[in-house]
Write a protein that binds this ligand. Structure first.
Ligand code: PLP
Length: 360
């Protein structure tokens, strides 16, 4: 160690302002992960075989070429390449949009609670995040959202369905927000992470101030490959492209994307499995005296208090081998846990563990 009087410089103010927990590690091994809304059924064997068969030395030794991935994604969506940007998970698109368009002090409007990284990026880029509260019945009063979009607003980030509440924003409300934001010269990012569990989408339509993001981390089962995309006006896409890390989409990730795009049944079948799993778990939760709030996603918010303390239930479920999300700090979710949905057989075993945990 060199003993000098040099001090480590302070990070930029926005970076200093944010806290990041380290990502989870081996402590999760052996537990059933119903806390992160990943796909919890394996990918079909034939698809895995195709993935393996496409991995050769050239794929790994050369820098990635994305032309085919863009062409196939564009064909699947009915969108030209100039409206698409592949991103390393949809998360990278959220960061890029802040980096490109948000200046210190700008207002960034979002729901509260919502996907946690929106707030992190707003603070990192020294913006002023404003959360529009979700009500205790997990719905949103539309006028609250509309009123939050003011001339100070530069960006509106809306996940629909929202996570962790499952709140779905009506297309008319999204249109009204986009119009109000246009008057304020603000962008609206609509995060469709839970497509196609929810079939509602704004694509392939567009608009100069609309950015739609999606991820392959959920129904398509590629959370480990980190692939998402933003669909936007070509000028916005060109701007977002400027701030990406070079070769951010790995050749392996692009290969995985191309294989799942060639097999649309992978996501479609999983949506059916999750629908059946939701039906089963809703029934079992109601029978256990709990209050599930079904939503078109692969997760289920379940009101467990006052029957049981959410933190105690999360701990009791972990003892029985299941990770679920909770307790939550947001007022509307104080009484809730959130359970990632999967196929009926898994949901039936989980419901047995839930019954035991409630009895303990
Ligand atoms: C609403 C929402 N958006 C985005 C993401 C992140 O997706 P990705 O894995 O593509 O970064 C999540 C993950 O849970 C989410 O719930």
């Amino acid at each position: 160690m060199r003993a000098t009087r040099a001090r480590i410089p302070k990070p930029a103010p926005g970076v200093e302002a944010v806290e990041r927990l380290s990502e989870a590690g081996n402590e999760r091994s052996g537990l059933v992960p119903l806390d992160r809304n990943e796909r919890v059924s394996p990918l079909p064997d034939a698809v895995l075989e195709e993935l393996r068969a496409g991995i050769d030395s050239d794929l790994l030794t050369g820098y990635p070429v994305l032309d085919d991935a863009y062409a196939e994604l564009g064909a699947a969506l009915g969108l030209p390449r100039e409206r698409l940007l592949l991103t390393s998970g949809s998360d990278a698109a959220f960061k890029a949009i802040h980096q490109c368009y948000v200046r210190p002090g700008d207002r960034v409007v979002m729901l509260s609670p919502t996907y946690a990284m929106y707030d992190v990026y707003a603070r990192m880029f020294e913006a002023d995040p404003l959360g529009v509260p979700i009500d205790d019945d997990l719905t949103l009063q539309p006028e609250r959202l509309l009123e939050a979009v003011t001339p100070e607003t530069r960006l509106v980030l809306l996940a629909s369905p929202n996570q962790p509440t499952g709140t779905v924003l009506a297309p008319e409300l999204l249109d009204a927000v986009i119009e109000r934001a246009a008057a304020a010269e603000a962008l609206v990012l609509v995060d469709e992470a839970y497509y196609p569990f929810s079939a509602a989408t704004l694509l392939p339509e567009g608009g100069p101030n609309l950015v739609v993001t999606r991820t392959f981390s959920k129904a398509w089962g590629l959370a480990g490959a980190r692939v998402g995309f933003a669909a936007a006006d070509p000028e916005v896409v060109r701007t977002l492209y400027k701030v990406r890390s070079v070769y951010d989409i790995t050749a392996l990730s692009a290969h995985c994307l191309r294989v799942v795009l060639a097999h649309p049944e992978v996501a479609a079948d999983y949506v059916s499995e999750v629908d059946a799993g939701r039906e089963l778990l809703v029934e079992r939760a109601l029978a256990a005296g709990l209050e599930p709030v079904p939503c078109p996603t692969n997760f289920l918010p379940v009101r467990v208090a006052p029957r049981v303390d959410p933190a105690a239930l999360v701990a009791a479920l972990e003892q029985r081998g299941y990770l679920v999300k909770g307790p939550f700090g947001a007022p509307c979710l104080r009484d809730f846990i959130r359970v990632t949905l999967g196929p009926p057989a898994l949901m039936a075993s989980f419901a047995d563990a839930l019954d035991q945990a409630l009895a303990s």
